[in-house]
Design a protein around this ligand. Structure first.
Ligand code: SF4
Ligand code: FES
Length: 362
């Protein structure tokens, strides 16, 4: 008879859970779920070697183990620390952890350009969400922020180095998913930057996944850039039969009307890609007819884009009809034909490059 595996008993924020030896504190917390799960900006369960870079997942180990109950002297990165039997951990119940996380967020934002109003990642940015939850209201930083020479990394992916938090996810993605890695982190200390050596473009198949794994707006989709805000789009699950055996062909289409503005992989509640997709599905299949649409995507994570998709909404009773003596006012109209904002012959999703003032009526 197979020997039964001994599980380790762990307590996180006073909630008990049993996990296999070798499980990290972060994954033990994820098996509990909810608020006790520490945020993670660099760890990515699908990428080997990820974690240990950003320190947002710090927690306090108040009891090391049953055998050695001494607490750990410093806060530890929960994505890189494995559990011990009898370990007790404090995350949201520790003011020290909350204070430290606030410091980490301040540190991550030190050189950040704070350009959310013009950033394509706004609304689905992990750093934006993190700073709303754990950040301070104002910055104490008074010095000049870091800037970088702009580099062109190809016609599909846009790099904004000033937004990068050096989490290494894109480097691991290129290493583990594509045939050949063309980029990495060059330089040291505060001169470190994501770059290619010497100017190359990132165009290996599957490289588009760096856009999905990037927790901030440092790597964005050039085919979608400045065409729409994500919260105006309707995410729907869709699939197609993809010839690439490595590609699952299961995606989310971000649509407005019948226009497909962008295609992304499906993400779970921790913002991690469920299955990686190839570049053909991501960049070249922008027609509704390319896809079999399954239905509205439920975005099960904390973000602006999980709001306002009006699935199963119960509408309140409309009092206007009563007030107007049974007459039906015409409240819905086609904003496009009424305001004539876009030039009618233009599909914003199909124009080359960012949308420009010339694409709108003056
Ligand atoms: S570009 Fe994005 S994914 Fe790559 S290291 Fe910077 S923040 Fe991380
Ligand atoms: S998620 Fe643990 S250090 Fe970044």
């Amino acid at each position: 008879m197979a020997e039964e595996k001994k599980l380790f008993k762990v307590k996180i924020d006073n909630i008990s859970v049993e996990v296999e030896p070798g499980t990290t504190i972060l994954n033990a917390a994820r098996s509990i779920g909810g608020d006790v799960v520490p945020p993670a900006m660099c760890y990515y369960s699908k990428l080997q070697g990820s974690g240990g870079k950003c320190r947002t997942c710090l927690v306090k180990v108040t009891k090391g183990s049953e055998a050695d109950p001494r607490p750990m002297p410093k806060l530890v990165a929960s994505c890189r620390t494995t559990v011990m039997d009898g370990m007790e951990v404090a995350n949201i119940t520790s003011p020290e952890v909350q204070e430290a996380r606030k410091g980490v967020v301040e540190f991550l934002l030190l050189n950040h350009p704070l350009d959310c109003p013009v950033c394509d990642q706004a609304g689905e940015c992990d750093l934006q969400n993190l700073s709303y939850e754990h950040g301070a209201e104002a910055t104490r930083y008074e010095f000049k922020r870091r800037t970088f020479d702009k580099i062109d990394i190809g016609d599909k992916i846009q790099l904004h180095m000033t937004r990068c938090i050096l989490c290494y996810r894109c480097v691991f993605t290129a290493d583990q998913l594509t045939e050949k890695r063309e980029h990495g982190i060059l330089g040291r200390g505060d001169a470190s930057e994501i770059s290619t050596y010497i100017h190359q473009s990132l165009d290996n198949n599957f490289i588009g996944n760096v856009i999905d794994v990037c927790p901030v707006g440092a790597l964005t989709d050039k085919t979608f850039r400045f065409k729409n805000r994500v919260w105006f789009l309707k995410p729907v699950d869709a699939h197609r039969h993809c010839d690439d055996p490595k590609c699952c062909g299961k995606t989310v289409l971000w649509m407005r009307g019948d226009e497909v503005f962008r295609v992304t992989a499906r993400k779970d509640k921790y913002g991690e890609v469920e299955d990686f997709i190839c570049d053909t599905c991501r960049f070249d299949k922008k027609e509704k007819s390319d896809w079999i649409i399954e239905g509205p995507r439920k975005i099960d994570r904390h973000s602006v884009i999980s709001q306002g998709h009006y699935v199963n909404t119960v509408k309140p009773k409309d009092p206007l009809v009563e007030v107007l003596d049974g007459r039906q006012p015409k409240l819905l109209f086609d904003i496009h034909s009424t305001s004539e904002v876009n030039r009618p012959e233009i599909d914003l999703s199909k124009i080359e490059g960012p949308a420009h003032s010339d694409d709108f009526n003056k």
